[in-house]
Design a protein around this ligand. Sequence first.
Ligand code: IFM
Length: 726
Amino acid sequence: MATTFNDWSVSEAEFHPEKINHSETIFTIGNGYLGTRGAFEEHFPNENRSTFLHGVFDDVPVVFTELANASDWTEMEIFLNGERFSLENGKILAYERRLDLKTATLSRSVRWESPQGHISRLVFERFASLADIHLCGVRVSITAENYQGSIEIRSGLNGNADNLGFLHWNWVGQSAAKNSATLLCRTRSSAIDLCIGLTQTLTASDRTGRSFAWDVHNHPSVVSKIGIEKGETAVATKWVTLATSRDGKKALVQTQRRVHKLSALNWEEAYQAHCAAWENEWNYCDMVIEGDDEAQLAVRFNIFQLLIAAPRSDEHVNIGAKTLSGYGYRGHAFWDTEIFMLPFFTYTRPEIARNLLSYRWHNLPGARAKASANGFNGAQYPWESAATGEEVTPTWVPDPKDHTQLIRIWTGDIEIHISADVSFAIWQYWKASADDEFFAKRGAEVILDTARFWAARAEWVEELQRYEISDIIGPDEYHDHVDNNLYTNALARWNLQRALDTLPWLETHAPAELRRLKKALQIDAAELKKWQHVIDHLYLPYNEKTRLIEQFDGYFARKDVDLAAMEPRSESIQSIFGIEGAAATQVLKQPDVLMLMYLLPDLYDQATLEANYRYYTPRTDHTFGSSLGPSIQAIMACRVGDVTAYEHFMRAARADLFDVRNNAGDGIHGASAGGLWQAVVFGFAGLRYSAADQQWHTHPALPKNWKRVAFKMMIHGKELSFDIHQ
Ligand code: IFM
């Protein structure tokens, strides 16, 4: 995409129909309640237009449940002197689409000549209000450059919006009157009601056009018409309000009532309130990079993606791997949230981190059910999670290379490290925020119950007098059904240790909570003894001579591949060698041993880190493996003083903006976005907390071209400013 950058906006100066889905992702806007892809108001072939609302899941075959594409609020059909405006026809004389990150405003300016030679300039603006999350606005200004005539705009609420062919909504009711329309629909299986309403006004100079309702079943619209003179500009303003039964019955009734008042809304006032809310947001979260325009824009773009997906007033939802910006992974949440996105929220917007972690607490029943179905005590979090916290990873999916074949997906069965990842994020949040209330009432329960799962899951091997964890998948998904994956074993042990630390803390600081938990979970002395036994005897591979850690049993015996000799490549190692072929090699999809060393830096000394860095780095599929890898690789490169840190960082920075993996059309890579922030803070700025003196320290290693990095962090409720110069 011919994208140009300034430090606060992403823009495209030409329309590229062949990259339409990629640009829809890039130009997504949202407000933490909903996310709307950047499809054109007037439609275009092959578009994937969608609006996803947090928590509005509905059943679907194969992937169990998915975010239901809601009725489209941006749609506008425009007739210029009777000719329908479309970029498919006529001539595009000038074009620019711009996403202003500072104000979360998407605008598009098009100078268009119709097939009959009428030239118009159209300027579109849209925003999803952050000041009022139930309000969205679209405005289009149309100037008739070389003609006089009529402008007609049909703005609809399309109840037939589907998920790539699958319709989730049943019509419940609708109304339309003059310049307003309302639609009520309900998801088919989950029975979530959506009420959405619009008003539209069309003006030119001091005249107001005529509007009437067009009450088409399941697609009510408002049609507005006005006559304009040559050189005159007509302005159509469409306001949309929406709420679902997830917001409560009252919210639905209020939305219905509110529709009629919308036309009195003043654009400037509502827009200014939205901009002020964003100013406040950036005040906490901005990150300044001087000396590198591309990196500057990329970090702001990625922070923006996290902020528009962040639930500010809902603790029953998580952020999907593709945020609210696309169909990829169907809105399901993974460890991507806890390990990659959450640190950004924990250290800049702790209230949002608390909401996200509360989602896991609310979903403990699902995690307990999963553990119990597998024959274990405690809580085992699902690999993919949606509304209820039950496992929603598909078991079989069609082979992308041959749709007649199915591929077995094992992650839902055996990628179990997520339970420790959730505990890790809770602990990190607690330490950063000092939110004792959250920890005592919610976090502790998760840590104790996941620890209980680990104690049950670890297997005692009598002849070796140790515990092992067998038949799992670690972060490196090129290898499945492996035993003793370091990442999983070490974090399981860490989870058990933190559980044992939690009990005395509760005893001192929240004894009533301790009594409640002991009763609810029925933890007794014998169980605590078992936890300690597992901690003391859980196997963590390590070769004292070489300092190398074998990622899992038998990894070193797999085939070594010279990845450098295979460059340049345009495919992942898994697609070149096949699933089993890649598994037979030592090539990693993403850092695994190094990932663990990032999360638990005190476990190994610098020499061990360096030895493992040297071993695993050339064996990792950095370019086409997991999008989660590059930011972590960048951090670890900083920790060993390797200048390739910048190269890895830029790979993450470009993941979506440049569509480096050819899949950004499916939505934003949320984990990569969160990882990028971490790469600046914990990599280049080198921020580290020392348990020894209980202080934060910086070990800056700025890329050569960076003059300065500045950002803020919230620690124990206090704002700290970091300003690091070359
Ligand atoms: O969670 C990740 C996983 O680590 C790699 N495959 C994609 C998942 C979702 O982003």
